[in-house]
Design a protein around this ligand. Structure first.
Ligand code: CP3
Length: 368
């Protein structure tokens, strides 16, 4: 009998499903990018903007593989950006180095919605091409696809760029709920199409980034955001591909985010994983909301967690990092599955050798 190693049987995918694994899998949000000298070199050599780089499959393949070769992480994440599908759907935007996404004409009124088109899969065929190139090289290493969640995308479109307070976004959602829901529903469709393209091309898991959702109260999250994120996650339910749902500063939102229907909930460094696991675990006392479309949501059940080493500590002495890695691993034991990660992305000033050492430590300490 021969057995062929495939990504669907990988330690990472099985941990996402809450199955027993030989060791805790580890990857890092933003593992591809400016912390790697080989990334900076390749980008400089190519002379392309970030968005152009994301649309060049050979470059995407190479950048996605760089951290896999260097760190021996348990998963690759597609090199792209959350605004790529929005740009492909016709929104005039750019990714400004050192700033982030900047939108030429922010959304303020119902008439502006016409600028946010529908996404046709053919408009992101470069992603399909890049994934197919990657799959032949990755072998049994799983590839994670991703997209931005409706709230985080809407914030960029309404604010016109990065915002700390998300004040215009909150003012619009309360002041013109009809426009808010129309915009969020349109972004949910774009996100769902973008993720379906990635799943059909062969990614082994997807992550929905709602990076800025933590800025909302639980009540606002439930009213204005949860139905739209749930629509995206439910839309992928039949694919069998694990869905990870992540946000920053979301300790107070974890039960609500878990209800949106992901298989794995990403947790930042503020909430210990054992506490997070309790918050997102089986909650039969919760009354399930219904998605905006009226589709029923599944019963809540126990879910895996992902996280949550504080990225700031990557700059600390090694003995501090080792102590924190061991703590995160011990707290992760409380969940039915644990994928080791940072609590947010790798800061550009990180020494990549530290990340390689963390991968070795996670594998060694968690070996069963
Ligand atoms: O390795 C990976 O994780 C995959 C690559 C990835 C990028 N963006 C590449 C990128 C992923 C997963 C993202 C998602 C993303 N983009 C999010 C959600 C994740 C998070 O950090 O919360 C958000 C909010 C964005 C929007 C965005 N794009 C920001 C805030 C920035 C940083 C701006 C800056 O220059 O500091 C970007 C640009 C960006 N996306 C870079 C990279 C590697 C840096 C710019 C560059 O390399 O030219």
């Amino acid at each position: 009998m021969t057995s062929v190693a495939v990504p669907a049987d990988s330690v990472f995918v099985r941990a996402c499903r809450g199955e027993t694994v030989e060791h805790t899998p580890v990857w890092f949000m933003r593992q591809a990018g400016r912390s790697l000298p080989e990334y900076r070199e390749l980008r400089a050599q190519a002379g392309l903007s970030m968005l152009e780089a994301c649309r060049t499959p050979e470059l995407v393949r190479e950048i996605t593989l760089q951290p896999v070769r260097r760190h021996n992480v348990d998963a690759a994440i597609l090199y792209s950006d959350i605004v790529v599908p929005v740009a492909a759907a016709g929104v005039d935007l750019d990714i400004v180095p050192g700033t982030g996404p900047v939108v030429a004409q922010p959304i303020q009124a119902m008439a502006d919605l016409a600028r946010v088109g529908e996404l046709e899969p053919a408009q992101v065929s470069f992603v399909d091409d890049a994934i197919r190139l990657l799959l032949t090289e990755l072998g049994d290493t799983p590839l994670i696809g991703f997209a931005g969640a409706p709230f985080t995308l809407a914030s960029y479109l309404i604010e016109g760029g990065p915002s700390k307070s998300h004040a215009r976004t909150k003012a619009l959602m309360h002041g013109d709920p009809q426009l808010w829901h129309a915009l969020a529903a349109r972004l949910a469709e774009i996100t769902l199409t973008f993720l379906r393209v990635q799943v059909e091309a062969g990614v082994s898991a997807v992550q929905l980034f709602d990076s800025w959702a933590g800025a909302l109260s639980e009540a606002d999250y439930r009213t204005f955001v949860l139905p739209h994120s749930a629509h995206v996650l439910q839309g992928l339910a039949g694919t069998g591909v694990p869905r990870i749902h992540f946000g920053v500063g979301t300790g107070h939102l974890l039960p609500a985010m878990a209800e949106a229907g992901a298989d794995v909930v990403g947790v930042d460094w503020r909430t210990p994983l054992d506490e997070a696991s309790r918050l997102i675990g089986v909650r039969p006392d919760l009354v399930l909301p219904r998605a905006a479309t009226g589709e029923p949501l599944p019963e809540p059940r126990s879910r895996a967690v992902q996280g949550n080493l504080d990225p700031a500590l990557l700059l600390a002495p090694w003995d501090v990092i080792e102590h924190e890695v061991r703590r995160v691993l011990a707290e992760g034991e409380a969940a039915p599955g644990h994928v080791f990660n940072l609590g947010h992305g790798v800061p550009p000033e990180t020494d990549p050798a530290v990340l390689t050492r963390i991968v070795e430590l996670v594998h060694k300490v968690s070996m069963r």
